[in-house]
Write a protein that binds this ligand. Sequence first.
Ligand SMILES: [Zn+2]
Length: 320
Amino acid sequence: MELCTFEINLTNKEIAFVFSDSDLKRPHKKATTVSFDKVVADMINVNYNSIREITDKLEVKIADGKEVNDPISAELYSIMFSSENAIERIIASVVEYYHLETKKQMNKSLKIKSWEKAIKAYHQNLYKEIDKSKAFVANGFQFDKYHAFDMTVSFDKNRPARVILKDSFRQFIDIFTYMVYLKDLHIFTCKNCGAKYLAVADMDYCTAPECLEEREKAKRRTKRQSRKYDPFVRPLDNFHEYARGRKREMMLAGATEEELAAFEELHKKHADYIRGSLDAFKNKGELPDDEFFQICSSYKKELKARADYVINRRKKNHKD
Ligand SMILES: [Zn+2]
């Protein structure tokens, strides 16, 4: 019987689940792939009230001396197949697994009192494990403070292993946290959306598309900042900016394509020289000297003279 199987992909940091109601004649199967980050978020946000209502009902049924019945299974399957929260789906599957196994055993023995006790103990332990796992994640996986991993499956580090989850929620948590430990992942909080995410080092942002975009923006900001103060870049940026200003004036005055192209040619020639000089200074490990800055300023004057000439000509043409 397989209600929940999963494969962990350590490279992509995701888990591929298959949920199935395999005890029925025509099993319904649903596959879903969940990122490690989503597992962490779901562990924190898990709301098991609806499952608790079901397990409470299950206990009452047993106490009434009746067998556990199918409507309860149907409720668990509905959570297993349609909850947005992966942890809730897993919990529903382990409860149902236990429930089905119990049902089989009960057919053999009718000592209701002892079943009642066993089921109660199972549920109590389950909710204790869920609460423990919630606290564990909230504390950022403090491995030393948590119990040792209870590994019943062996793993090849580089290959996904298929695990059949039976009635133990703890088994899933142990395997997942062991993977987190293997990959040396830690929990961080996204600067943009506040979500928790797993990473080897603090990346400031999680991997949601809008947060990655924010991260790129921040990167560009820092790059601009450092460029602004880089002595081997700033004089060239400054020269380009100056040339752009003069070109705008020429365009406003109605300069022709040819006049603009000739201006651009001059701009490019001087910019190449400035870039080459800056590289040479950088390679020598020296800061640009006075002579260099005098050359830059003479180049600017040259550009200005060219632009002024064109602008005056356009003005004259306009008057004629
Ligand atoms: Zn985010």
